[in-house]
Design a protein around this ligand. Structure first.
Ligand code: ADP
Length: 675
């Protein structure tokens, strides 16, 4: 039964009992009220009036006694008193008696009393009228007759009435007593009802309250205990609360809550374990990464990896082999084995467990270790390995090494899965070490050939210089003799011969220019002292030096008004660089008003110059070619060395030069110079 129903029942019962008490009280109280009204309205007035009647009769009897006495009878006051009783008091008390006594009353016969009273009154009036003065008393007959009347009739009647009245009054008193008794009984009944039923009600109430409280408190205590148990971490605890009330529902909800708490706890626990495992893996990985950091050789990496894995797997013995270019396994590191790594034999790929692991690229776990497998020697004897783990290490899907661990126990799943986490890193490190080794070898070779190249270059430059220098001498001879021919034999030589001499002179001039340029080129990038290059001075010089050319071409040269920045370099070379570009801009230009403009911007790391002209332009396919020595795109008087010269100057200043052009419209040369 639910608590609500229990409480409703208890209160219902309580109200029923209180209602019963009220109804019973009403009944008893009504009876008591009736009795009280009877006593108060009938009995007590009757007793009172009867008592008074008896009293009046007695007084009348006494007064009449005096009246018939010849010594006391002649007294007007006595007469008045008797008259008052007879005329006022007795009629009054008769009226009252009639009014007070119920006609149906069995206790007194009112009619009888009134009749006899009238009789007594009339006789008494006779006495008063007969005995008026002394003479009447002096008459013995009269007196005797009156005395007889009094004694035989009046006194007798009054006594009779009084006896009846007295009897009635006694009966009334008896009724009064009984009614009072009943009234008291009613009050007792009311008290008993209130007390008795009240007590029963209270007891029933207490019983139900006790039952209800117990039905609430004991499951709550049970719940309290369960909450403490669950609070202590025992999430598998189940609370049992019998019944089908709200508390048992609360118990069910508590169990559901405990279940979900347990589930949550288990999830948290799982996550914690996963987190711990992942932290452990992370920290182990970090340890390994730290160990493999830096420029290490393959055998150093193999040694450190082996140390790490032996510690991680608590394995006492192990080795690491790498794969040679001729498909053999060579030992890079070995631990606790009775041979040094240098003494270990080369194993062909595919042979033995580790050779097979290379081909299969799969981790091999051998539980059933053969007897002939090496014993791990200690100072006290030899230990037998229980499990052998062979791990192939790959890089870019190629097996590059094999690790072998001899364990005293079979590693658990978690430890085995860990190897897959780090295999790749070990592979990368070994590959990097092998790559580094190759790189070092290549670098050594490169260094040797670059030294060789530098030597050859130097020789070449010297050769160019010497050749150019040496060529000048025969050239000077050719020029001198052609001049002599032109000047001294002009008369002797015919027109054709003179034309050939002039060709000879022009060719000599061109050759001189080329030799001069070659000499300049061979000098660039030499051991010249670097200085702060002032571009403003360079552009001013160029404006002055090229003024004749510009005017001759009827063109214009626009240079930056002010260059704040400068670079470290050779000013003469930089000037020559811009001079070549400007001269080309005018040279390869058919425009009526040829124009060359130099602009620049600072890129932070470089000063970027742009030399733009409105000349013939260059086809894209020649963008590379024009920077090569002796490469020319037309048959003009150029030497084909200018742009090669420019390129060499820019590169010796750690810069870059390139071209962009729109054929037929103009060309832009871009020069980046390192700030
Ligand atoms: P040169 O001018 O002595 O022939 P360069 O090395 O200076 O030698 O130039 C190589 C070739 O590039 C030139 O023959 C020319 O055809 C082309 N060239 C160079 N500069 C320009 C330019 N500004 N406009 C068009 N063509 C150019």
């Amino acid at each position: 039964m639910t608590i609500k129903k229990k409480l409703s029942l208890a209160f219902g019962l309580l109200f029923f009992i209180i209602g019963g008490i009220i109804v019973l009280n009403q009944i008893v109280a009504k009876q008591a009220k009736d009795r009280y009204e009877t006593i108060h309205d009938e009995i007590q007035p009757a007793i009172k009036v009867i008592d008074k009647y008896i009293q009046i009769n007695k007084t009348l009897k006494d007064l009449l006694e005096d009246k018939i006495d010849e010594n006391k009878g002649v007294n007007s006051t006595l007469n008045n008193k008797i008259t008052a009783i007879l005329e006022v008091e007795i009629p009054n008390i008769n009226r009252t008696l009639k009014g007070v006594i119920n006609e149906e009353s069995q206790l007194i016969d009112v009619e009888w009393v009134l009749t006899n009273s009238n009789k007594a009154v009339k006789s008494s009036e006779m006495v008063i009228k007969t005995l008026v003065n002394k003479m009447d008393y002096a008459d013995p007959v009269k007196l005797k007759k009156i005395k007889k009347l009094y004694r035989v009739e009046i006194k007798k009647t009054i006594n009779l009435i009084n006896r009846r009245l007295y009897h009635s009054t006694e009966e009334y008193k008896q009724v009064n007593f009984e009614l009072n008794q009943e009234l008291n009984n009613s009050f007792s009944q009311i008290s008993i009802i209130i007390l008795g039923f009240g007590m029963v009600g209270i007891l029933i109430g207490l019983f139900f309250a006790n039952q209800t409280i117990r039905s609430i408190i004991s499951p709550i205590n049970e719940l309290k205990k369960s909450a403490a148990i669950v609070g202590d971490g025992n999430y598998s605890h189940t609370t049992i609360i019998e019944g089908k009330d709200e508390i048992s529902e609360l118990g069910n909800s508590f169990n559901i809550m405990t279940d979900s708490l347990r589930e949550s706890f288990e999830i948290i626990q799982e996550q914690k374990e996963i987190q711990e495992e992942s932290n452990y893996i992370k920290s182990s990985k970090n340890t390994l990464y730290e160990m493999l950091k830096g420029e290490l050789s393959t055998s150093q990496i193999a040694k450190r990896t082996l140390e790490f894995l032996l510690e991680f797997y608590k394995a006492p013995m192990g080795s690491v082999h790498s794969i040679t270019s001729d498909d053999h396994l060579v030992c890079e590191a070995v631990f606790a084995y009775d041979k040094k790594k240098e003494e270990m034999p080369l194993i062909p790929i595919g042979q033995g467990v580790i050779g097979a692991a290379v081909l299969n690229k799969k981790t091999v776990i051998i539980d059933d270790v053969p007897n002939e497998y090496s014993t791990i020697n200690t100072t006290l004897g030899g230990l037998k390995a229980k499990c052998i783990v062979v791990i192939p290490v790959e890089f870019a899907n190629e097996c590059i090494a094999v690790i072998e661990l001899a364990c005293l126990n079979k590693p658990d799943e978690f430890s085995l899965s860990f190897i897959h986490e780090i295999k790749e890193s070990i592979g990368i490190s070994i590959n990097a070490a092998q790559g580094l080794k190759q790189l070092e070898e290549t670098y050594e070779k490169l260094e040797a050939s670059s030294q060789d190249l530098a030597l050859k270059n130097k020789e070449l430059e010297q050769f160019v210089y010497i050749t150019s220098h040496d060529l000048q001498e025969p050239l000077r001879t050719i020029t001198s003799y052609s001049n002599i021919l032109e000047e001294d034999y002009a008369d002797v030589l015919d027109e054709d011969a003179l034309k050939y001499v002039s060709f000879l002179q022009k060719a000599s001039d061109r050759l001189r220019n080329q030799i001069h340029s070659l000499l300049e080129l061979s000098r660039i990038g030499g051991m010249k002292e670097k200085e702060k290059v002032n571009f403003n001075t360079i552009f001013e010089n160029l404006q002055t030096e090229l003024d004749f050319l510009i005017k001759e071409k009827k063109g214009s040269l626009i240079t930056p008004s002010f260059v704040v920045e400068s670079i470290m370099g050779t000013s003469t070379e930089i000037q020559l660089l811009f001079q070549n570009l400007i001269v080309n801009g005018f040279k390869y230009n058919n425009n009526e008003t040829p124009q060359v403009e130099i602009s620049y911007m600072n890129n932070g790391t470089h000063l970027s110059f742009c030399v733009t002209d409105n000349g013939t332009g260059i086809k894209e396919k020649y963008y590379e070619k024009i920077f090569q020595i002796f490469q020319r795109l037309d048959k003009g008087e150029g030497s084909g060395i200018g742009l090669a010269h420019c390129k060499k100057i820019v590169e010796s200043h750690n810069g870059k030069i390139w071209v962009d052009s729109e054929f037929g419209k103009g060309t832009s040369f871009f020069v980046d110079l390192k700030v």
